[in-house]
Design a binder for this molecule. Sequence first.
Ligand SMILES: [Zn+2]
Length: 643
Amino acid sequence: MGIVSEACKERIRERVPLEDVVREHNVHLVASGRRLKGLCPFHTEKTPSFTVDVERQYYYCFGCQAGGDVFSFVRNAQHLEFSEALEILARRAGVSLEFEGGYRPSTDRSSTLPIYEALVLAEEFYHQCLLDGVAGRAARQYLEGRQIQPEIWEKFRLGYSPPEWDAFSRFATKKGVSFEVLERAGLVRQRPGNERAGNERAGNERASGYDAFRGRVMFPIRDAQGRVTGFGARTLGDDVPKYLNTPRTPVFDKSQVLYGIDLARGGIQRESRIGIVEGYTDAIVAHQMGLDFVVASLGTAFTTENARRLGRLAPRALLIFDGDDAGQKAAERSLDLLVAESIDVRIYTVTDGKDPCDAILRLGGAEFRRKLESDSVGLFEFKWRRTLESDRAASSGVALRAKALDEFLSLLARVPNVVARRLYIREFAERIGIPESEIAQRMEQVAGRSRNGAASSRAPARHDARRPAPGTSRFDEPIFSPESGPLGMQPVDASAETNKNAELAELVLGCMLALPGKAREIWSEVPEGLLDASPYKVLAQSIDGQLVGDALSIPRLTREINDPEALRILTRILNHLEDDEGRPTQDFEETWLHVRRDLLRHVRREKLEELKRHLAVAEAGGGSRPTGELRREYFEMLREIKR
Ligand SMILES: [Zn+2]
């Protein structure tokens, strides 16, 4: 696609406040001085280090150093191409994209917008089919049979897919949606054998296929922003499978789904907790009965991403599971991840009915809620009962009981908080009648063993690429320690020359931005070569271009820089200039004096390196200058640096 005009991007920025977009991504922002603060959506954390500068419209995380503007936020948060983020925001702002030179994007295959549009069309189509006359009667009867009320059909936009082979695809193609888009959205399938023929298709001959969902009750699945991403579909007959889902598409991944999250956000916020059930109807009925903080995991075990997302949504999670063994096993699979994310988890096992939906209807919302409070257990209690107090464990011999204890301890070992771990050990040591110290020792052994085995599966899951697990490669590690950029002092690894240069470069840029009136003077003292590394070069060029007159405009600068890495560095620098109240973090006049001295030292050090190289050449009998002269110069320079 072509280059979108600056004016166009500017209009989008004006109309779509960054803080709104951030909030829509489940980040709870609270005012903290001049900035808004919240838990970072890009890394796992317990205390907020993610900030939004409302005035300047950029974000920055002191923890993982993610930073940028509204475009980079949407791009990173939703894992999109820049062009896709741009399209989404443009549409939201009601701005049509203008391209420099008048170039319009072709129907870009990588774009997800047509897919979302097709899904909305499908949702509307299925919903009408549910409401309309004869065709939808069986589906309505099913919903009524489950005591799901019509207001809730509306709220969840439930639907019905007619049993014909191509009812939806005929409707959609008539509306101008291409078969290819429908296929990418997971709404139609190619007829077997059609694929090859498709490639050889000539001209306007249309591809043919059949509807992916036929004769089923349709549950539209939405993301937190309320966009339909896919469907769940339940058969009304004896078709196998009973539930069918949208396959993996560019916008849908079942393992990431929290069904109902778009409708549960208010409830979650209000209750400071999130309830999790397994099935569509469980979640729907929960909402119907006033338990509006409930979402459904759709029976998949949690992914790390999911667990982490839960932690951002609410500090507490309540898992509501079927009483049968399959339900319990599903619960167990998710525990490891939840422990590692330090989410306060309670587990409620349904006993009054065959599933949560049934139990909620039977007991009523208020009574079910009361049961949740009184009968749910902590995560370790649940695990304890599953391992050491199960019937199987009780009747088994010493070896099996010891094995069950190990299983329990390996979960306990994942508790990140040392104090909490100790407290748990104390509690459970008493119950099993083994001294605390011995339990603790055994836990270390078990943890050590599982660490060797499980390190590979755990490490990348718990950490961003930017923050490798301790002991893994330092290759991706940030140059500076998370809490402190160069303006906040110590770099992690000062030994590498490039890091020193990067540090100095950021200090210089920081001083320029803090002292805009002095920017030109500072700029003139930057030695050649210091800002040659790529992100700094981009920054330097922009600054150079902005130095009209003597002042430097920060908003203009953040706007002009499109390189994400450069923007990230810029936001990092900007965030170290002022504290939350908008006061300078240090006396930058004084800082500049120090930096200036460092610059001088930098120049000398470079010179020293150069002399060293010449000297080596001369000593090997080459070069044009006498060895003695070079050596004298070298030591003189060394003395100066040490002074
Ligand atoms: Zn972060």
